[in-house]
Structure formats: C-alpha cells, structure tokens
Design a protein around this ligand. Structure first.
Ligand code: PEP
Ligand code: MN
Length: 423
C-alpha cells in the first residue's frame, strides 16, 4: 500500500507550503489571524459535494466576519482533505458485553461496531489519499472558481437567515460589505483579492506510513516536504520529543503545529521548540493550546512567557474544543458553547496581560445544522443532542454556533489591548 502511495502525485506543492509559512509568519508577528478548523474526523461516506461545500462556506463566512469586524487579514486553513486518522484514549470499546477495537478513523478501520469493520485494513490508506484528493480538488475550485468572490457574500448566507440570530447578524454585515465593494468599484478599484481566497489544507500527522509515503524531496531546495497537506500537526498524545511523530516533523519543511494540553511543562514546550524550530523561523511552528476553560488562565501564561524568552516567534492558537469535552446524561460526548467561549476569552486575557499576540483559533465545526454541542444564540439544549448527532468522533459546532463564535472572537480581537468586551 505504501509503495502505491509513493508512486502517486502529491496533493500539494512545496511552494504552497512555503507560502503558508510566510502567511503564518505574519500571524506570528501580530499582523494576521489564523482560522483553522473542520471536522474532528472526516469520513469517506461524508465526502460529498454538499458536505464539503457546507464546511467551506462556513469557514468563508467566519473568515469574512473576522476580517470585517476585527479588521484583520485571516489565514484560512481547513482540517480538511486528510483528517482521516484519529488518536484514541482506549484501544477497545465494549458494547453489550462485546469488546472490539476502537474506531481509529476511516484511514484505519470502519466505524460500524462489527468485527469486520473494526479490523484495520491497510487498503484504507490508499482510499484516504483518493478521498483527500477529491476533497482538496473541490476546495481549490471553490476557492478560486468564483464561489469565494466577495460579491457572493450574501449568497453564502441564503437558506440560513431565518431562525438564526447569527445568520441575521451576518446579513447586516454582508450589506455593509456590499456597500464597501460598490464604493471601491465606484472609485475605480477592483482588487484581485476580493475575487478568490487562499485556502490551505491540514490534518493531524498521526499515521506515519501515510505521511512518509507522501513526503517528497523538493527539487528547488533539495529539502523534504510532506505533500499530503500544507500544514501538519502533532496531537496531544504523540508530542513526546524523541518520539516518532516529532522526529518525523523535524525532517519536513512544511509549517508544523503541536497541540499543547494542560499537562505540558515549560521544559516540554522548550524541547519542542528545540526540535522543531531550532532556527527560530517565524511561521515554522504553531502551538495550539487546548487547556480547557477552567485551566487556560493558570496553565498558559508560564508557557507563553518561556516561549517568548526562547526567542522563537511562534503562532499561538487556541483550540477551545478538546479541553472542554464532557459526557451528557444521555451518554453523548458534548461541549458547552459557553465553555468554548470562556476558553477563548481566557486565551485573549493571557495574551493581553503578557503583551503577546493571540494568533488564532482551532475549532471543530461542520456546515450542517447538527446538534452536538450545547448552547449558542440559536440554542441547542441537552435534550436536542439526540436529534442530529452525526459526528464520527468529537462533537462539532454547527453552522450557527460557528458564526456566533466568529462574531464573539472578532469582538475580543478588536478589544485585545483594552480588554473591553462586546456582544
Ligand atoms: C483532535 O484534534 O481531534 C484531537 C484528538 O486533539 P488533541 O490531540 O488536542 O487531543
Ligand atoms: Mn477532535
């Protein structure tokens, strides 16, 4: 299987990875904001035009809110086109007395609770490549084929205005953008930047056989790049320095990210910088803090201070999802929207106190109206969870909750120096 993958064309270009690294360097310097998100786990079955377009559109809408309401350039990176492998806390799952291997993502095994599905199958790695390729192809078309043109800012919101406070608020913002564009045109300006967006792909570099097989030497520089995605990240469970995942990431020239949970020590983070960013190259390393709303205000400051003192110019991103997962009485894994907001608020408070840049957010969301997380302006109650609980792994924000979050984050960003809050 690995041999077949080695013979297939790469999904991205090394030059695109370099370009993303430049964009992330401006985030690290405080001149842009990173919006990073998508499904917890993509699935083969859900690789459909509607599902991809829905996620892409939600990402665009969030990015427009942030760009306009916070007046900051937004770097858009999807957890898309490759997020098919999942780290798990337990290796088996028991249902009604039957024990089977856990689901590890469609690139490894199937989600159905049957021995056949749960048995890992290496052919799935090849399938993951093809589904990633189809997804990225559609994203590239959506990004540059007219769909992402800012004159479509209203069209992305059709079907969504009624019944969603965030959709209505978005509609007002879209009116203002329309007027701004009409004004620009009347002045004779028609900037290229309003007609297409730059979109980058990313996933957790968990399955090293897959990543290794798509790693190629760039003829321009003779350096190795993992061309399965523009950005690869290392998860909280596999970030040990000296471990296989960090060793792999050291050897590639893509921009890389690492998840940092509440147990991470200053020594751990400095060792990661030593391994992954020895040259202190802005944009090379992104640190994704996922502390939990209750811990971020205590756990993050010593790490941010130590990183600043090390001379590394990293991107600090807040993942307000993975430290806030709880089990509802119904047994559903869920997250409270208010905890998500509170962790982002804590992240901004920490950076304001230290004078460092709150560089972005990393979230799990979908373009569909699922009911997986509790709360939001268009309130999802605990009793709603069973209605549309569709995730293959962790609970995702739905479209309305995602837009809500974008408005709230835009407010926090605008007031990042004063600490003032707005709705
Ligand atoms: C994830 O991003 O889906 C994930 C498993 O995150 P973490 O490594 O932070 O737990
Ligand atoms: Mn997840």
């Amino acid at each position: 299987m690995v041999r077949s993958l080695e013979g297939l064309p790469p999904l991205v270009l090394a030059a695109e990875c370099d370009q993303l690294k430049e964009r992330l360097a401006s985030v690290a310097r405080g001149a842009a904001f990173l919006l990073h998100g998508g499904d917890c786990a993509e699935t083969f079955a859900d690789t459909t035009a509607d599902s991809i377009r829905g996620k892409f559109r939600t990402l665009l809408q969030m990015a427009v809110v942030l760009t306009y309401a916070a007046s900051v350039p937004v770097v858009k990176v999807g957890r898309m086109a490759g997020q098919f492998g999942k780290p798990r806390s337990a290796s088996t799952e028991v249902r009604d007395g039957v024990e089977l291997p856990v689901y590890r993502g469609d690139a490894v095994n199937g989600i159905e609770f049957t021995p056949a599905d749960r048995t890992p199958d290496p052919r799935r790695l090849l399938e993951a490549y093809h589904y990633s390729s189809a997804t990225l192809n559609q994203c590239r078309a959506l990004a540059s084929g007219g769909y992402a043109d800012l004159r479509q800012v209203h069209a992305w919101n059709q079907d969504f205005v009624a019944g969603s406070p965030a959709g209505q608020r978005y509609e007002q913002l879209a009116d203002e953008i329309d007027r701004a564009i009409a004004f620009m045109h009347a002045c004779g300006a028609d900037p290229e930047e309003t007609r297409a967006v730059e979109f980058y792909s990313s996933h957790e570099a968990l399955l090293l056989d897959y990543e290794q097989a798509l790693t190629r030497t760039d003829p321009r520089t003779r350096r190795a790049y993992d061309l399965s995605a523009h950005l690869l990240w290392i998860g909280e469970r596999t970030r040990a320095t000296g471990g296989a995942h960090v060793e792999f990431a050291r050897r590639i020239r893509n921009p890389v990210a690492v998840k940092i949970g509440p147990a991470a020590s200053v020594q751990d983070v400095l060792a990661l910088i030593g391994a992954l960013d020895p040259d202190r190259e802005p944009g090379r390393l992104t640190l994704i803090s996922r502390m939990g709303a209750g811990r971020v205000r205590q756990a993050l400051p010593p790490l941010v201070e130590a990183v600043a003192a090390s001379g590394a110019v990293v991107v600090w991103v807040c993942d307000p999802m993975h430290g806030n997962t709880v089990e509802a009485a119904s047994g559903h894994k869920t997250r409270y929207f208010n905890d998500v907001l509170d962790e982002v608020a804590g992240f901004f408070e920490v950076h304001r106190a230290l004078g460092t840049h709150p560089g972005g957010i990393h979230i799990e969301f979908t373009g569909d109206d699922v009911t997986e997380c509790i709360g939001g302006g268009h309130y999802i109650a605990e009793s709603d969870l069973r209605q549309r609980y569709e995730t293959a792994c962790d609970p995702r924000l739905n479209r309305s909750q995602s837009l809500d979050l974008a408005f709230r984050v835009a407010g926090m960003y605008r007031h990042r120096f004063s600490g003032e809050r707005d709705a």
